[in-house]
Design a protein around this ligand. Structure first.
Ligand SMILES: NC(=O)c1ccc[n+]([C@@H]2O[C@H](COP(=O)([O-])OP(=O)(O)OC[C@H]3O[C@@H](n4cnc5c(N)ncnc54)[C@H](OP(=O)(O)O)[C@@H]3O)[C@@H](O)[C@H]2O)c1
Length: 279
């Protein structure tokens, strides 16, 4: 059964990477899409491209979600067009790669406003309608970093640990046969994420060449949707990601785990430095 047929699905961060892949995947499933991000031009291009091959309704909303109150504005705008959301994918987010004290605090604040506060606000705003839909759900974007803290990305991985805890808890409160709630925890995925996280010191094309372990956003979305449809509470796409973020924490001490992750992080960053892409 296609649970997305003729349903209204709101995707944040739909202009790039995993969010964009969700849009293409769900348009094929005949879902009506509400695409949210800051870059309206790119969202309009995606809309035009999708409408070449599908007959769904697509609404584009330009919004900086890190501004508190933006979810209320989105809700009001959709209400004016009589659009009620059945499925919400809180995907917009970004990371910061550097040691904790080497980053301006304002960047952490802006990241937490998006990764934590906006995601919580969007969930608070739209969950009542999702529950009322009786065929609805929520996917929140975590990360393997939600399961394993990464020295070199401390605030980002902590923000994703928040997402996982929050989503697990509301799963226990509201998930049932008609309301699905899941955290998607991808590992390294070939999107624009690394360009943003490294402050453009790393070129994404180099990352995909350097790291064979990177998944494509389409692979991540395919696994995410399969898991969501099967009522999973969370999913870590990819065997390697599952081993490092779920299996390893079970067999190693916490101290050993964070030391190991930190040293592989430093090794990876040095690898990029040798390519002349990192400062
Ligand atoms: N790629 C990875 O390796 C990886 C791994 C684990 C988890 N994730 C998570 O996956 C999610 C998607 O990331 P991605 O990999 O697809 O990265 P991406 O290609 O950089 O996409 C990020 C999306 O978020 C949007 N966004 C950023 N800031 C925003 C803001 N203030 N307001 C509204 N939208 C905003 C961007 O659109 P605009 O710039 O147009 O606003 C873009 O559409 C994130 O939550 C990320 O933490 C990624």
């Amino acid at each position: 059964m296609n649970i997305f047929n003729n349903k209204n699905v709101l995707i944040t961060g739909a202009s790039s990477g995993i969010g964009k892949s969700f849009a293409y995947f769900l348009a094929k499933k005949k879902a009506n899409l509400i695409l949210v991000a800051r870059n309206k031009k790119v969202l309009e291009e995606i809309k035009s491209d999708l409408l070449k091959t599908t007959e769904v309704t697509i609404t584009v909303i330009e919004k900086d979600l890190s501004i508190i109150g933006s979810s209320q504005e989105i809700y009001n705008q959709l209400s004016e067009s009589s659009i009620t959301i059945d499925y919400l994918i809180n995907n917009a987010g970004f990371g910061i790669w550097d040691d904790f004290l080497d980053v301006d605090y304002a960047k952490y604040k802006s990241m937490n406003d998006l990764n934590i506060n906006s995601l919580t606000e969007m969930t608070y705003q739209f969950l009542p309608d999702i529950i009322k839909s009786k065929n609805g759900g929520l996917i929140n974007l975590g990360s393997t970093g939600a399961l394993v803290p990464v020295g070199g990305s401390a605030v980002y991985t902590a923000s994703k640990a928040y997402v996982l805890h929050f989503t697990d808890a509301i799963h226990s409160e509201y998930a049932n046969d008609t309301t699905k709630i899941m955290t998607l925890c991808p590992g390294a995925t070939a999107t624009n994420f690394s360009n943003v996280a490294s402050d453009k010191k790393i070129d994404n094309s180099d990352i995909t060449n350097l790291s064979e372990g990177y998944m494509t956003p389409d692979e991540v979305v395919q696994i995410a949707i399969e898991s969501f449809v099967s009522n999973k509470i969370y999913v870590v796409p990819g065997r390697k990601n599952y081993i490092t973020s779920v299996f390893m924490p079970r067999i190693l001490t916490r101290h050993k785990l964070v030391s190991l992750v930190r040293s592989s992080w430093v090794k990876k960053i040095n690898q990029y430095s040798n390519k002349g892409k990192k400062k």
